[in-house]
Design a binder for this molecule. Structure first.
Ligand code: CA
Length: 223
C-alpha cells in the first residue's frame, strides 16, 4: 500500500511518514500542491488543505478529476470547511488537526477497506514464529522473551520473512521489498545480511532455497 502524504509542515509530515511506515505502508511525502499533482499514483492520499502554493481544495478536486484514489483531507481547526463541501470536492473522509496517530491510521484503514483498495491486509504489527516475535511498532525482536539487537536493515529483512513464514521469497522480491525497487547494488549484500541475521537469531530460522531465495520455516528444525 502506497500512501501519498501532502503536508507542508515538517513537524507533522515527517513523524506521520515515519509512523505510517512502521504500520507497514509505503509513504511518499510531498510539501506542495504542485508536487502532489505531479506525484506517482498512490493507493490513498492524505491531503492537508493549507498548502503554500495551490489551495488544498483545488488539489483535491484535480486529483479526483483524474482518478478514484481515496482522499482523506486534513484540515486545521477553524478552517471554513464542512463535511458537505469536502465531499463535493471528492474527499472520502476528513480529520481535523490536531489529530491522534491512532485515529488517523484507523481512518486510513477504514477508507481503504470501504473503497476496496485495502483488500490486501497491511502487514500485522506483531508476528510470532516459534517463539520469535517481530514487533513493527517498537522495531523490536525477541526470542522467547529475550531481546535481539538488529540493525535497521536486518530488522526489515527479518520482518519481511516473518510476515509470510513458510513461504519462499525470491532474492529479487526480498531485495525489492527491503532495499529498493531500483536497487542496482550487489546481491551479495543480501547474503551478508542473511549471514549476520542467522548469527543473531540462530541458523535454523532462515532456510536457503537453492537457486530461488530464502524462507523462514514455521517450525524450524533443531528448536
Ligand atoms: Ca499546512
Amino acid at each position: 500500500m502506497r500512501l501519498l502524504v501532502v503536508e507542508d509542515d515538517p513537524a507533522i509530515g515527517e513523524p506521520l511518514q515515519t509512523g505510517l511506515e512502521r504500520e507497514g505502508f509505503e509513504v511518499d511525502l510531498v510539501t506542495t500542491g504542485e508536487a502532489a499533482l505531479a506525484a506517482a499514483p498512490a493507493d490513498l492520499v492524505l491531503l492537508d488543505l493549507g498548502l503554500p502554493d495551490v489551495d488544498g481544495g483545488v488539489v483535491c478536486r484535480k486529483l479526483r478529476e483524474r482518478s478514484n484514489v481515496p482522499i482523506i483531507v486534513v484540515s486545521a481547526r477553524g478552517d471554513e470547511i464542512d463535511r458537505v463541501s469536502l465531499l463535493e470536492l471528492g474527499a472520502d473522509d476528513y480529520v481535523v488537526k490536531p489529530f491522534g496517530f491512532r485515529e488517523l491510521t484507523a481512518r486510513v484503514r477504514a477508507v481503504l477497506r470501504r473503497t476496496g483498495a485495502g483488500a490486501a491486509e497491511p502487514p500485522q504489527a506483531t508476528v510470532e514464529v516459534s517463539g520469535l516475535v517481530v514487533d513493527r511498532r517498537s522495531y523490536s525482536v525477541t526470542i522467547d522473551g529475550e531481546g535481539v539487537d538488529l540493525t535497521p536493515k536486518e530488522f526489515e529483512l527479518l520482518a519481511y520473512l516473518a510476515q509470510d513464514a513458510g513461504t519462499v521469497h525470491t532474492r529479487e522480491s526480498i531485495i525489492g521489498a527491503v532495499w529498493d525497487e531500483n536497487w542496482w547494488g550487489s546481491t551479495k549484500t543480501l547474503d551478508v545480511h542473511i549471514a549476520s541475521l542467522r548469527k543473531k537469531i540462530g541458523p535454523d530460522r532462515i532456510e536457503t532455497v537453492r537457486g530461488v531465495g530464502f524462507l523462514m520455516p514455521t517450525a524450524p528444525e533443531g528448536l
